[in-house]
Design a protein around this ligand. Structure first.
Ligand code: BES
Ligand code: ZN
Length: 468
Protein backbone atom coordinates (compact mmCIF):
# COMPACT_ATOMS: atom_id res chain seq x y z
CA UNK A 1 0.00 0.00 0.00
CA UNK A 2 1.16 3.49 -0.75
CA UNK A 3 2.62 5.46 2.09
CA UNK A 4 0.64 8.36 3.40
CA UNK A 5 2.56 11.56 3.02
CA UNK A 6 -0.05 14.05 4.05
CA UNK A 7 2.40 16.07 6.16
CA UNK A 8 4.98 16.09 3.41
CA UNK A 9 2.31 17.29 0.99
CA UNK A 10 1.34 20.11 3.28
CA UNK A 11 4.95 21.09 3.87
CA UNK A 12 5.76 21.18 0.16
CA UNK A 13 2.67 23.16 -0.70
CA UNK A 14 3.58 25.75 1.90
CA UNK A 15 7.12 25.90 0.58
CA UNK A 16 5.87 26.46 -2.94
CA UNK A 17 3.44 29.17 -1.88
CA UNK A 18 6.13 31.21 -0.22
CA UNK A 19 8.77 30.50 -2.81
CA UNK A 20 11.33 29.21 -0.36
CA UNK A 21 13.25 26.08 -1.27
CA UNK A 22 14.84 23.75 1.18
CA UNK A 23 17.50 21.20 0.36
CA UNK A 24 14.89 18.51 0.76
CA UNK A 25 12.52 19.93 -1.85
CA UNK A 26 15.33 20.25 -4.37
CA UNK A 27 16.09 16.61 -3.78
CA UNK A 28 12.54 15.63 -4.81
CA UNK A 29 11.67 17.59 -7.95
CA UNK A 30 9.08 15.09 -9.20
CA UNK A 31 7.08 15.43 -6.03
CA UNK A 32 7.07 19.21 -6.34
CA UNK A 33 5.85 18.97 -9.92
CA UNK A 34 2.79 17.06 -8.77
CA UNK A 35 1.72 19.66 -6.22
CA UNK A 36 -1.19 21.01 -8.26
CA UNK A 37 -3.72 20.41 -5.54
CA UNK A 38 -4.47 22.07 -2.27
CA UNK A 39 -3.73 20.56 1.12
CA UNK A 40 -6.29 18.88 3.35
CA UNK A 41 -8.71 21.61 4.34
CA UNK A 42 -10.95 22.40 7.27
CA UNK A 43 -13.98 21.05 5.41
CA UNK A 44 -12.26 17.71 4.83
CA UNK A 45 -11.61 17.64 8.54
CA UNK A 46 -15.33 17.73 9.28
CA UNK A 47 -15.38 14.21 7.85
CA UNK A 48 -11.87 13.08 8.75
CA UNK A 49 -12.18 13.97 12.43
CA UNK A 50 -15.26 11.81 12.78
CA UNK A 51 -14.25 8.62 10.99
CA UNK A 52 -13.57 5.93 13.56
CA UNK A 53 -11.99 2.88 11.98
CA UNK A 54 -12.78 0.82 15.09
CA UNK A 55 -16.48 1.14 14.23
CA UNK A 56 -15.83 -0.23 10.74
CA UNK A 57 -13.73 -3.05 12.14
CA UNK A 58 -16.35 -3.99 14.75
CA UNK A 59 -19.14 -4.12 12.17
CA UNK A 60 -17.00 -6.38 9.97
CA UNK A 61 -16.40 -8.58 13.05
CA UNK A 62 -20.15 -8.86 13.55
CA UNK A 63 -20.98 -9.58 9.92
CA UNK A 64 -18.20 -12.08 9.18
CA UNK A 65 -19.35 -14.61 11.78
CA UNK A 66 -21.18 -16.57 9.06
CA UNK A 67 -21.43 -16.62 5.27
CA UNK A 68 -24.35 -14.45 4.08
CA UNK A 69 -25.54 -16.25 0.98
CA UNK A 70 -28.31 -14.40 -0.85
CA UNK A 71 -31.77 -15.36 0.42
CA UNK A 72 -30.37 -17.41 3.32
CA UNK A 73 -31.49 -16.80 6.93
CA UNK A 74 -27.94 -15.52 7.60
CA UNK A 75 -28.27 -12.88 4.88
CA UNK A 76 -31.60 -11.83 6.35
CA UNK A 77 -30.02 -11.55 9.82
CA UNK A 78 -27.34 -9.28 8.28
CA UNK A 79 -30.10 -7.18 6.67
CA UNK A 80 -31.80 -6.71 10.04
CA UNK A 81 -28.48 -5.81 11.66
CA UNK A 82 -27.67 -3.23 8.96
CA UNK A 83 -31.14 -1.72 9.33
CA UNK A 84 -30.67 -1.47 13.09
CA UNK A 85 -27.26 0.15 12.67
CA UNK A 86 -28.76 2.83 10.38
CA UNK A 87 -31.53 3.37 12.91
CA UNK A 88 -29.06 3.69 15.76
CA UNK A 89 -27.48 6.65 13.90
CA UNK A 90 -30.90 8.29 13.58
CA UNK A 91 -31.85 7.22 10.05
CA UNK A 92 -35.01 5.54 8.85
CA UNK A 93 -34.02 2.45 6.91
CA UNK A 94 -36.07 0.74 4.24
CA UNK A 95 -35.73 -3.00 3.63
CA UNK A 96 -36.50 -3.67 -0.03
CA UNK A 97 -37.31 -7.30 -0.94
CA UNK A 98 -36.79 -8.73 -4.42
CA UNK A 99 -37.02 -12.17 -5.96
CA UNK A 100 -34.66 -14.15 -8.12
CA UNK A 101 -34.35 -17.68 -9.42
CA UNK A 102 -31.71 -19.34 -7.28
CA UNK A 103 -29.91 -22.53 -6.45
CA UNK A 104 -29.28 -23.94 -2.98
CA UNK A 105 -26.05 -25.93 -2.94
CA UNK A 106 -26.27 -29.51 -1.63
CA UNK A 107 -25.18 -30.25 1.94
CA UNK A 108 -23.99 -33.73 0.94
CA UNK A 109 -22.05 -34.68 -2.20
CA UNK A 110 -20.55 -38.17 -2.23
CA UNK A 111 -19.16 -40.54 -4.82
CA UNK A 112 -17.70 -43.98 -4.38
CA UNK A 113 -16.43 -46.20 -7.14
CA UNK A 114 -16.14 -49.95 -6.44
CA UNK A 115 -16.23 -49.12 -2.74
CA UNK A 116 -13.50 -46.41 -2.84
CA UNK A 117 -14.58 -42.88 -1.89
CA UNK A 118 -13.62 -39.97 -4.14
CA UNK A 119 -14.06 -36.26 -3.35
CA UNK A 120 -16.44 -34.93 -5.98
CA UNK A 121 -17.71 -31.38 -6.51
CA UNK A 122 -21.36 -30.63 -7.26
CA UNK A 123 -22.38 -28.63 -10.32
CA UNK A 124 -24.52 -25.58 -9.68
CA UNK A 125 -28.12 -26.45 -10.67
CA UNK A 126 -27.63 -30.20 -10.21
CA UNK A 127 -30.76 -31.84 -8.82
CA UNK A 128 -30.51 -33.97 -5.68
CA UNK A 129 -30.60 -37.75 -5.97
CA UNK A 130 -29.01 -41.07 -5.01
CA UNK A 131 -27.91 -43.48 -7.75
CA UNK A 132 -25.92 -46.71 -7.72
CA UNK A 133 -25.26 -48.04 -11.22
CA UNK A 134 -22.59 -49.30 -13.62
CA UNK A 135 -20.38 -46.59 -15.11
CA UNK A 136 -20.12 -46.03 -18.85
CA UNK A 137 -17.57 -43.74 -20.52
CA UNK A 138 -19.11 -41.59 -23.27
CA UNK A 139 -16.22 -39.29 -24.26
CA UNK A 140 -17.20 -35.62 -24.43
CA UNK A 141 -20.91 -36.37 -24.09
CA UNK A 142 -21.71 -34.72 -27.43
CA UNK A 143 -24.69 -35.90 -29.51
CA UNK A 144 -22.19 -37.66 -31.81
CA UNK A 145 -20.52 -39.47 -28.89
CA UNK A 146 -23.92 -40.58 -27.61
CA UNK A 147 -25.47 -41.56 -30.95
CA UNK A 148 -27.13 -44.98 -30.69
CA UNK A 149 -26.20 -45.41 -26.99
CA UNK A 150 -28.74 -46.48 -24.40
CA UNK A 151 -27.58 -45.34 -20.96
CA UNK A 152 -30.68 -46.58 -19.14
CA UNK A 153 -29.66 -47.82 -15.69
CA UNK A 154 -26.16 -46.35 -16.08
CA UNK A 155 -24.08 -43.47 -14.75
CA UNK A 156 -22.34 -41.59 -17.59
CA UNK A 157 -18.65 -40.71 -17.25
CA UNK A 158 -17.88 -37.68 -19.43
CA UNK A 159 -14.76 -35.62 -20.15
CA UNK A 160 -14.84 -31.82 -19.87
CA UNK A 161 -14.56 -29.85 -23.13
CA UNK A 162 -16.14 -28.80 -26.45
CA UNK A 163 -19.72 -28.29 -25.17
CA UNK A 164 -21.10 -26.88 -21.91
CA UNK A 165 -21.56 -28.91 -18.74
CA UNK A 166 -25.32 -28.36 -18.98
CA UNK A 167 -25.43 -29.76 -22.53
CA UNK A 168 -23.41 -32.83 -21.48
CA UNK A 169 -25.78 -33.58 -18.61
CA UNK A 170 -28.83 -33.04 -20.81
CA UNK A 171 -27.48 -35.25 -23.62
CA UNK A 172 -26.65 -38.06 -21.18
CA UNK A 173 -30.01 -37.77 -19.40
CA UNK A 174 -31.87 -37.88 -22.73
CA UNK A 175 -29.96 -41.08 -23.54
CA UNK A 176 -31.31 -42.58 -20.32
CA UNK A 177 -28.42 -41.96 -17.86
CA UNK A 178 -29.44 -41.76 -14.19
CA UNK A 179 -26.40 -39.79 -13.08
CA UNK A 180 -23.41 -37.97 -14.60
CA UNK A 181 -19.75 -37.68 -13.58
CA UNK A 182 -17.71 -35.08 -15.49
CA UNK A 183 -13.92 -35.16 -15.13
CA UNK A 184 -11.59 -32.24 -15.69
CA UNK A 185 -9.43 -31.88 -18.81
CA UNK A 186 -6.73 -29.98 -16.92
CA UNK A 187 -5.07 -30.17 -13.53
CA UNK A 188 -6.93 -28.69 -10.56
CA UNK A 189 -10.41 -28.83 -9.10
CA UNK A 190 -13.47 -28.48 -11.30
CA UNK A 191 -16.21 -26.29 -9.84
CA UNK A 192 -18.69 -25.85 -12.64
CA UNK A 193 -22.22 -24.73 -13.26
CA UNK A 194 -24.93 -26.21 -15.46
CA UNK A 195 -25.84 -22.54 -16.19
CA UNK A 196 -29.57 -22.85 -15.46
CA UNK A 197 -32.06 -25.20 -13.85
CA UNK A 198 -33.66 -27.86 -16.05
CA UNK A 199 -36.17 -30.53 -15.01
CA UNK A 200 -34.51 -32.99 -17.37
CA UNK A 201 -31.16 -32.89 -15.52
CA UNK A 202 -29.98 -35.88 -13.48
CA UNK A 203 -27.57 -35.61 -10.47
CA UNK A 204 -24.20 -34.42 -11.78
CA UNK A 205 -20.83 -34.24 -10.01
CA UNK A 206 -17.26 -33.36 -11.00
CA UNK A 207 -13.95 -35.15 -10.36
CA UNK A 208 -10.32 -34.40 -11.20
CA UNK A 209 -8.57 -35.24 -14.44
CA UNK A 210 -6.41 -37.87 -12.68
CA UNK A 211 -9.42 -39.61 -11.13
CA UNK A 212 -11.28 -39.50 -14.45
CA UNK A 213 -8.38 -40.96 -16.42
CA UNK A 214 -8.06 -43.82 -13.95
CA UNK A 215 -11.72 -44.71 -14.40
CA UNK A 216 -11.43 -44.47 -18.19
CA UNK A 217 -8.45 -46.89 -18.12
CA UNK A 218 -10.40 -49.41 -16.06
CA UNK A 219 -13.39 -49.23 -18.38
CA UNK A 220 -11.17 -49.43 -21.48
CA UNK A 221 -9.63 -52.59 -20.01
CA UNK A 222 -13.08 -54.10 -20.04
CA UNK A 223 -13.54 -53.98 -16.26
CA UNK A 224 -17.05 -53.51 -14.90
CA UNK A 225 -17.07 -50.43 -12.66
CA UNK A 226 -19.94 -49.62 -10.32
CA UNK A 227 -20.42 -46.10 -8.96
CA UNK A 228 -22.56 -44.75 -6.13
CA UNK A 229 -23.45 -41.10 -6.40
CA UNK A 230 -25.23 -39.06 -3.70
CA UNK A 231 -26.37 -35.43 -3.93
CA UNK A 232 -28.60 -34.27 -1.07
CA UNK A 233 -30.05 -30.87 -0.22
CA UNK A 234 -29.69 -29.28 -3.66
CA UNK A 235 -32.68 -27.32 -4.93
CA UNK A 236 -33.56 -24.64 -7.47
CA UNK A 237 -36.42 -22.14 -7.33
CA UNK A 238 -37.64 -18.64 -6.51
CA UNK A 239 -35.75 -16.99 -3.64
CA UNK A 240 -36.13 -13.66 -1.82
CA UNK A 241 -33.21 -11.39 -0.95
CA UNK A 242 -33.26 -7.81 0.38
CA UNK A 243 -31.60 -4.41 -0.09
CA UNK A 244 -31.29 -1.94 2.79
CA UNK A 245 -31.63 1.78 1.99
CA UNK A 246 -31.27 4.86 4.20
CA UNK A 247 -31.23 8.47 3.16
CA UNK A 248 -29.84 11.77 4.37
CA UNK A 249 -31.89 14.47 2.65
CA UNK A 250 -30.47 17.90 1.82
CA UNK A 251 -30.27 19.80 5.08
CA UNK A 252 -32.67 22.60 4.21
CA UNK A 253 -35.24 22.97 1.48
CA UNK A 254 -33.98 26.30 0.05
CA UNK A 255 -30.52 24.91 -0.48
CA UNK A 256 -31.58 21.52 -1.89
CA UNK A 257 -30.02 21.15 -5.34
CA UNK A 258 -32.22 18.12 -6.07
CA UNK A 259 -29.23 15.87 -6.69
CA UNK A 260 -28.50 12.51 -5.06
CA UNK A 261 -25.20 10.74 -4.38
CA UNK A 262 -25.60 7.01 -3.71
CA UNK A 263 -22.98 5.20 -1.60
CA UNK A 264 -23.32 1.44 -2.01
CA UNK A 265 -21.96 -1.98 -1.07
CA UNK A 266 -23.24 -5.55 -1.19
CA UNK A 267 -23.81 -7.39 2.06
CA UNK A 268 -24.15 -10.94 0.69
CA UNK A 269 -21.28 -13.40 0.36
CA UNK A 270 -20.56 -16.56 -1.61
CA UNK A 271 -21.31 -19.93 0.06
CA UNK A 272 -18.67 -21.02 2.56
CA UNK A 273 -16.98 -17.61 2.69
CA UNK A 274 -17.34 -15.41 5.79
CA UNK A 275 -16.81 -12.50 3.42
CA UNK A 276 -14.94 -10.28 5.87
CA UNK A 277 -13.43 -8.37 2.98
CA UNK A 278 -16.01 -9.37 0.32
CA UNK A 279 -18.00 -7.52 1.38
CA UNK A 280 -18.51 -6.95 5.09
CA UNK A 281 -15.74 -4.34 4.64
CA UNK A 282 -17.68 -2.21 2.13
CA UNK A 283 -20.91 -2.60 4.08
CA UNK A 284 -19.29 -1.57 7.38
CA UNK A 285 -17.78 1.46 5.62
CA UNK A 286 -21.16 2.50 4.16
CA UNK A 287 -22.56 2.36 7.69
CA UNK A 288 -19.68 4.32 9.25
CA UNK A 289 -19.87 7.03 6.57
CA UNK A 290 -23.63 7.24 7.13
CA UNK A 291 -22.91 7.83 10.82
CA UNK A 292 -20.23 10.42 10.03
CA UNK A 293 -22.42 12.31 7.55
CA UNK A 294 -25.58 12.27 9.65
CA UNK A 295 -25.45 15.85 10.91
CA UNK A 296 -23.23 17.51 8.32
CA UNK A 297 -25.04 20.25 6.38
CA UNK A 298 -25.48 19.28 2.71
CA UNK A 299 -27.37 20.61 -0.29
CA UNK A 300 -27.34 17.16 -1.92
CA UNK A 301 -29.18 14.05 -0.78
CA UNK A 302 -26.79 11.28 0.26
CA UNK A 303 -28.33 7.84 -0.01
CA UNK A 304 -26.79 4.74 1.53
CA UNK A 305 -27.67 1.33 0.14
CA UNK A 306 -26.43 -2.17 0.86
CA UNK A 307 -27.50 -4.69 -1.77
CA UNK A 308 -28.35 -8.39 -1.61
CA UNK A 309 -27.60 -11.06 -4.21
CA UNK A 310 -24.62 -9.29 -5.79
CA UNK A 311 -22.73 -12.57 -5.87
CA UNK A 312 -25.53 -14.20 -7.86
CA UNK A 313 -25.17 -11.57 -10.60
CA UNK A 314 -25.69 -8.00 -9.30
CA UNK A 315 -29.35 -8.78 -8.72
CA UNK A 316 -30.08 -6.44 -5.80
CA UNK A 317 -28.47 -3.40 -7.42
CA UNK A 318 -30.19 -4.12 -10.75
CA UNK A 319 -33.49 -4.39 -8.95
CA UNK A 320 -32.81 -1.07 -7.23
CA UNK A 321 -32.01 0.91 -10.39
CA UNK A 322 -34.67 -0.83 -12.47
CA UNK A 323 -37.47 -0.06 -10.04
CA UNK A 324 -36.60 3.63 -9.56
CA UNK A 325 -38.90 5.91 -11.57
CA UNK A 326 -37.17 7.79 -14.40
CA UNK A 327 -37.31 11.16 -12.61
CA UNK A 328 -35.74 9.61 -9.49
CA UNK A 329 -32.99 7.96 -11.54
CA UNK A 330 -32.22 11.28 -13.20
CA UNK A 331 -31.55 12.87 -9.82
CA UNK A 332 -28.62 10.51 -9.11
CA UNK A 333 -25.39 12.32 -9.96
CA UNK A 334 -22.92 9.76 -8.62
CA UNK A 335 -22.55 6.21 -7.31
CA UNK A 336 -19.61 5.37 -5.06
CA UNK A 337 -19.52 1.57 -4.71
CA UNK A 338 -17.38 -0.03 -2.01
CA UNK A 339 -16.52 -3.69 -2.56
CA UNK A 340 -13.49 -5.33 -0.91
CA UNK A 341 -11.95 -2.27 0.73
CA UNK A 342 -9.93 -3.68 3.63
CA UNK A 343 -7.72 -6.64 2.79
CA UNK A 344 -4.27 -6.66 4.33
CA UNK A 345 -3.12 -8.95 1.51
CA UNK A 346 -4.52 -7.14 -1.53
CA UNK A 347 -2.69 -4.45 -3.52
CA UNK A 348 -3.33 -0.73 -3.80
CA UNK A 349 -6.64 1.08 -4.04
CA UNK A 350 -8.03 1.48 -7.57
CA UNK A 351 -11.32 2.72 -8.99
CA UNK A 352 -13.09 0.89 -11.75
CA UNK A 353 -15.62 2.45 -14.09
CA UNK A 354 -17.85 0.68 -16.59
CA UNK A 355 -16.43 2.49 -19.63
CA UNK A 356 -12.90 3.07 -18.33
CA UNK A 357 -13.46 6.83 -18.55
CA UNK A 358 -13.15 9.47 -15.87
CA UNK A 359 -16.41 10.63 -14.33
CA UNK A 360 -17.63 12.74 -11.43
CA UNK A 361 -16.80 9.96 -8.94
CA UNK A 362 -13.21 9.39 -10.12
CA UNK A 363 -12.70 13.13 -10.38
CA UNK A 364 -13.86 13.81 -6.83
CA UNK A 365 -11.90 10.87 -5.41
CA UNK A 366 -8.72 11.76 -7.32
CA UNK A 367 -8.96 15.23 -5.93
CA UNK A 368 -9.33 14.03 -2.33
CA UNK A 369 -6.77 11.21 -2.62
CA UNK A 370 -4.28 13.77 -3.93
CA UNK A 371 -4.99 16.04 -0.99
CA UNK A 372 -4.84 13.21 1.52
CA UNK A 373 -2.06 11.00 0.19
CA UNK A 374 -0.12 13.16 -2.25
CA UNK A 375 -1.17 11.14 -5.29
CA UNK A 376 -4.44 10.44 -7.08
CA UNK A 377 -6.03 6.99 -6.80
CA UNK A 378 -5.79 5.46 -10.30
CA UNK A 379 -8.75 4.16 -12.24
CA UNK A 380 -9.36 1.63 -14.99
CA UNK A 381 -12.21 -0.09 -16.76
CA UNK A 382 -14.07 -2.98 -15.20
CA UNK A 383 -15.02 -4.70 -12.00
CA UNK A 384 -18.12 -6.83 -11.79
CA UNK A 385 -19.88 -5.25 -8.88
CA UNK A 386 -22.87 -3.05 -8.05
CA UNK A 387 -21.56 0.08 -9.80
CA UNK A 388 -22.31 -1.63 -13.13
CA UNK A 389 -26.12 -1.23 -13.13
CA UNK A 390 -25.65 2.47 -12.24
CA UNK A 391 -22.98 2.95 -14.93
CA UNK A 392 -25.16 1.23 -17.51
CA UNK A 393 -27.91 3.77 -16.79
CA UNK A 394 -25.45 6.57 -17.62
CA UNK A 395 -24.85 7.52 -13.99
CA UNK A 396 -21.24 8.41 -13.10
CA UNK A 397 -20.24 5.38 -11.03
CA UNK A 398 -17.06 3.75 -9.76
CA UNK A 399 -16.07 0.70 -7.77
CA UNK A 400 -13.46 1.16 -5.02
CA UNK A 401 -11.39 -2.03 -4.65
CA UNK A 402 -7.77 -3.04 -4.01
CA UNK A 403 -5.82 -4.64 -6.81
CA UNK A 404 -4.46 -7.27 -7.19
CA UNK A 405 -7.01 -9.22 -5.16
CA UNK A 406 -5.99 -11.14 -2.04
CA UNK A 407 -5.60 -14.94 -2.33
CA UNK A 408 -8.53 -15.40 0.10
CA UNK A 409 -11.08 -13.97 -2.36
CA UNK A 410 -14.23 -16.17 -2.30
CA UNK A 411 -12.68 -18.68 0.12
CA UNK A 412 -13.36 -19.70 3.74
CA UNK A 413 -10.17 -17.77 4.58
CA UNK A 414 -11.76 -14.37 3.90
CA UNK A 415 -11.78 -13.63 7.63
CA UNK A 416 -11.36 -10.74 10.09
CA UNK A 417 -7.69 -11.43 10.81
CA UNK A 418 -6.85 -10.45 7.19
CA UNK A 419 -8.48 -7.03 7.55
CA UNK A 420 -6.18 -3.98 7.65
CA UNK A 421 -7.41 -0.99 9.65
CA UNK A 422 -4.96 1.17 7.70
CA UNK A 423 -6.56 0.23 4.39
CA UNK A 424 -10.05 0.79 5.80
CA UNK A 425 -9.05 4.21 7.13
CA UNK A 426 -7.54 5.21 3.78
CA UNK A 427 -10.62 4.32 1.69
CA UNK A 428 -13.07 5.77 4.21
CA UNK A 429 -11.16 9.06 4.16
CA UNK A 430 -10.92 9.30 0.37
CA UNK A 431 -14.57 8.40 -0.22
CA UNK A 432 -15.99 10.29 2.76
CA UNK A 433 -14.26 13.55 1.84
CA UNK A 434 -15.07 13.10 -1.87
CA UNK A 435 -18.78 12.77 -1.17
CA UNK A 436 -18.73 15.69 1.24
CA UNK A 437 -16.81 17.80 -1.28
CA UNK A 438 -19.77 17.62 -3.61
CA UNK A 439 -22.60 17.47 -1.11
CA UNK A 440 -21.68 20.22 1.35
CA UNK A 441 -23.28 23.61 0.88
CA UNK A 442 -20.93 25.77 2.85
CA UNK A 443 -18.19 27.58 0.94
CA UNK A 444 -19.37 26.22 -2.43
CA UNK A 445 -20.04 27.98 -5.68
CA UNK A 446 -23.08 27.19 -7.85
CA UNK A 447 -23.45 23.55 -8.78
CA UNK A 448 -24.88 22.02 -11.95
CA UNK A 449 -28.57 21.22 -11.64
CA UNK A 450 -28.20 18.46 -14.16
CA UNK A 451 -26.09 15.38 -14.05
CA UNK A 452 -22.65 15.96 -15.50
CA UNK A 453 -22.25 14.10 -18.78
CA UNK A 454 -19.15 11.93 -18.92
CA UNK A 455 -18.13 13.60 -22.23
CA UNK A 456 -18.06 17.06 -20.70
CA UNK A 457 -15.65 16.16 -17.94
CA UNK A 458 -12.10 17.43 -17.94
CA UNK A 459 -9.39 15.07 -19.09
CA UNK A 460 -8.52 12.33 -16.65
CA UNK A 461 -5.70 13.10 -14.25
CA UNK A 462 -4.29 9.64 -14.22
CA UNK A 463 -5.24 6.49 -16.04
CA UNK A 464 -3.88 2.97 -15.92
CA UNK A 465 -4.79 0.74 -18.83
CA UNK A 466 -5.00 -2.34 -16.62
CA UNK A 467 -4.25 -2.11 -12.96
CA UNK A 468 -5.28 -5.66 -12.19
N1 BES B 1 -16.22 -8.45 -4.76
C1 BES B 1 -16.28 -8.94 -6.10
C2 BES B 1 -15.89 -7.85 -7.04
C3 BES B 1 -14.75 -8.08 -7.92
C4 BES B 1 -14.48 -7.09 -8.81
C5 BES B 1 -13.96 -9.21 -7.90
C6 BES B 1 -13.40 -7.18 -9.65
C7 BES B 1 -12.90 -9.31 -8.75
C8 BES B 1 -12.62 -8.31 -9.63
C9 BES B 1 -17.67 -9.35 -6.41
O1 BES B 1 -18.39 -9.64 -5.27
C10 BES B 1 -17.64 -10.59 -7.28
O2 BES B 1 -17.09 -11.58 -6.89
N2 BES B 1 -18.21 -10.49 -8.46
C11 BES B 1 -18.29 -11.59 -9.37
C12 BES B 1 -19.26 -11.31 -10.45
C13 BES B 1 -20.68 -11.18 -10.03
C14 BES B 1 -21.47 -10.56 -11.12
C15 BES B 1 -21.25 -12.52 -9.65
C16 BES B 1 -16.96 -11.81 -10.07
O3 BES B 1 -16.21 -10.84 -10.29
O4 BES B 1 -16.69 -12.97 -10.39
ZN1 ZN C 1 -17.92 -8.57 -3.67
Amino acid sequence: MKKKNRLLTAALATTLTFGAFSVQTYAQPTVIAEQQYSVVNALDNKVLNQINVENIYNIIAHLEQTPRVAASPEEYAAVQYIKQQFESYGYEAEVQPFEFFGFTAPHTVELSVDGTSLSPGAFTYTPSGEVTAPLEYVGLGTPAALAGKDLTGKIALIQRGEISFGEKVLNAARSGAEGVIIFNNAAGALNGTLSEANDEYVPAVSISQAEGNQLVSKLNNGEAVEASLTVLGASSGIRTSHNVIASKKATNKNKDNGNVIVLTSHHDSVPGAPGANDNASGTAMVLELARVMKDLPTDTEIRFATFGAEEIGLIGSRHYVNTLPENELNRIVANFNLDMVGSRDAGDLVMRTVDGQANLVTKLAQSTSSRLNGEPTPFARGGSSDHVPFGEKGIPAALFIHSPLEPWYHTPEDTLDKISKEKLQDVAEIVGTAIYDYARFDNQGPKPKKREKVDNLPKQMYFEEDVQ
